[in-house]
Structures are given as C-alpha cells and as structure tokens.
Design a protein around this ligand. Structure first.
Ligand code: BGC
Length: 374
C-alpha cells in the first residue's frame, strides 16, 4: 500500500465524510471473495468472505457468529497489520473464543440475574456469567451460523448476514429476524448496520465485539493506546459489573477520556480495569462520534461513530493467555473492545433508553469504524 494512496484516501474521507456514495476517481472497485472456513461437528459448512478495498484494507468475516476474523490495515509507513485478535482456524472459535469479533446478541452485555419483565410477564434467561446473563446466553448470536450474501458496488462492498432467531431461543420471546451488514469502502470505513423485526415483544441490543490492537494483534499490551470517549457521563457498576442505575459525571475521575489519554495512565485506579459503559454525548439514534483510538507506535487511528446511546469500553482485563493467531498468546490487556450499545441491564432500568422491540417496529442501528494514520 503506497503512502500517497493512503493520504489521498484520508483526504477524500475527510472531504466526503457525510456521503457514503461519492465517486472515488481512479480507484479499483472493492472486491469480495468467498471460500470455505471449515465445518461444525455436525457437518454444517462455514464460509469466509475476504473483502478488499483499493487502498490497502482487507477484512475476513465468516458465517459462524458473523465474526470478523481479520482486519488488515496499513500503518503510517504503509505497512499492513492485522488489528483484531482471533484464531487461524474455526475450531478454537467453537470452543474457547471470548467473543472475538462476533455479532453479539440477542442482548449484548449483562442482564441482572438473567431476569426481566415484559408486559407483566417475567422471563428467566440463562445465567452464564456468575449470577448474570451475558451476550445472549449459552448459545447466543455469536455461536450461530448465519446466512450470507456478498455484494460489491464500485467503491464499496461487503457481506450481509441474516438469521431467524426462533421464538424461545435462549428463552427470549418472539421470532426475531436479524440482518447485519458489513460494508467496507474505499475511504477505509467499515460500516456495520443492524436491522431486526419481531412478531412478539422482545429485547434487542446488538453490537460488534472485535478486540482491537492497533499495533497489530499479538504485539502486546494496548495500555499505551490513547483513547478519546466523547462522553460526559458513564454508568457505574457493582463488583459483578451490573450497572447501579446511576449516571455519574466522568469529570475528575479515571473515566474521563474527553481528552485523548493513554489507557494505562489511570487503569490501576479502576478496580478490575476498565469494563464500563459510557453515555455518549448527543442524541442517540443519530450517527455521531463515540470514540477515537490511536496507537502512537504504528500511527494507526480508529474513529468510531454510532447511532447507539452508549459505548462499552472493555480493556481486555479477562484475557488470560489465549493461544491466538500464529504463535501469539493474548494476555491481559492485549486487546480492547469498544462496543456501541444500549447500557447493560437496560431492561431493568426503566429510565434508560428502551431495548424492547415490538411487532410492527423496526430495530435499526449503525456503527462506522474509520481507519486513518498520522
Ligand atoms: C464485557 C466483558 C466480558 C467480555 C467477554 C465484554 O463485552 O464488557 O465484561 O468479559 O465482553 O469477552
């Protein structure tokens, strides 16, 4: 990847920031290639799709979990590196993945005691994280094989995953039809859009769960990455990571990332490390900046915009020596997640933006990951 091409791409990205579909002169179209990524024990085939743009970004996604397996992005010298943690083969994704790169749902993050009330009826979900429900239960959206359709359209291309989650799956009510689309464009933007509808009132809170390391997966700690979170408030949580219901000001605390700050600068002041939800400034439902992550070593920057009300910043505190790609071993803080979403345990917090979806309504959410260098 030529540095001049990257500079051109970034310049065009800034100029055309609001438009998805602006002509990019002299750039090759985005391409998509499909191949096998193995099969489940029962023989169900799993496919992978390689999406490549004209300015040096290439990603791989698979039908198991709609998982982003790899995301290669140039550094400030044009050298490509894979910036997401993961595995080389399917098998470890089936048996030991800490939600690497997946679509997370039906309800991402935690629901206290796995219990919620909807229209007067109490629903009991799996408690798969201590006493709580996490990331959709024992077999959430991350552990399902999705249907996939690839598409290309000049300066963008990608994969559309879809799936019917049947009424009663993981004890959630309602047949939920979900579509999640990953679109890569020639401005180094990866757009993830979510769309769902149901035939009975249910809960929906979907996110994408990549563990980023902008210096390259396997290169060690992310504690020197600089993070900006555009949020005046966060939602404090108890020792089991259930939100207390309070929205606290970040000012004067280690949770204030309004000015870019190294993640490691204050992490020791936060018991257990960062694993919290920030209430992003501005109106939810509107695509607006949530976060920026910058790695001073490689010069890679990741900007995240989303329509979601909050963003969960998880500093990879529970990574405990996961044998990942190549010979890489992922230890504590070797990757971090920035997950736009509704706040944890929203179904039990009446004052917070609702995660209930009813028949006739449409769930829509969009998150844009934009890569650049400086
Ligand atoms: C949560 C962590 C959890 C991790 C699982 C994150 O979204 O915030 O608490 O351990 O997912 O891999």
């Amino acid at each position: 990847m030529m540095r001049s091409t990257l500079v051109l791409a970034v310049a065009l990205m800034v100029l055309g920031a609001c438009s998805h579909r602006q002509t990019m002169p002299d750039l090759d179209p985005v391409t998509v290639q499909k191949s096998s990524f193995g099969a489940l024990a029962d023989g169900t085939p799993v496919e992978q799709y390689i999406v490549t743009n004209a300015v040096g970004v290439r990603l791989r996604v698979m039908t198991y979990g709609g998982t982003l397996i790899a995301l290669e992005v140039p550094d400030r010298d044009g050298k490509s590196g894979d910036v997401v943690l993961g595995f080389d083969t399917l098998e470890p994704y089936l048996t030991k993945s800490p939600y690497f790169g997946c679509i997370t749902g039906r309800y991402c993050n935690r629901i206290a005691n796995g219990r919620f009330e909807l229209d007067g009826k109490t629903h009991q979900l799996a408690t798969n994280n201590g006493p709580h429900h996490l990331h959709g239960g024992a077999k959430g959206f991350d552990k399902r094989v999705w249907k996939a359709l690839s598409f290309t359209d000049g300066d963008e291309g990608g994969v559309r995953f879809s799936r019917l989650s049947p009424n009663g799956e993981e004890n959630y009510p309602g047949n939920l039809h979900t579509t999640v689309t990953y679109t890569l464009d020639n401005r180094n933007r990866l757009r993830v859009t979510y769309d769902a509808f149901t035939d009975q009132a249910t809960l929906v809170n979907l996110t994408h769960h990549s563990y980023f390391n902008l210096a390259g997966e396997g290169s060690g700690s992310i504690l020197e990455h600089e993070l900006t979170l555009l949020a005046a408030r966060y939602t404090p949580a108890d020792a089991t990571l259930i939100t207390t219901g309070e929205e606290a000001a970040v000012a004067g605390t280690p949770f204030d990332f309004n000015a870019a700050t190294a993640i490691g600068a204050r992490i020791a002041q936060v018991e257990g490390g960062y694993d919290h939800n920030w209430v992003v400034d501005g109106d939810h439902g509107k695509l607006r900046p949530h976060a920026e992550l910058y790695d001073p070593k490689s010069g890679r920057a990741l900007h995240i915009a989303s329509t979601e009300p909050c963003v969960q910043f998880y500093a990879g505190n529970f990574l405990d020596g996961v044998a990942g790609k190549g010979e890489h071993v992922y230890a504590k803080n070797h990757g971090l997640c920035l997950e736009p979403q509704h706040a944890p345990d929203s179904p039990n917090k009446a004052d917070w933006p609702s995660t209930i979806l009813r028949p006739g309504e449409r769930y829509r959410s969009e998150t844009v990951f934009t890569f650049s260098t400086r």
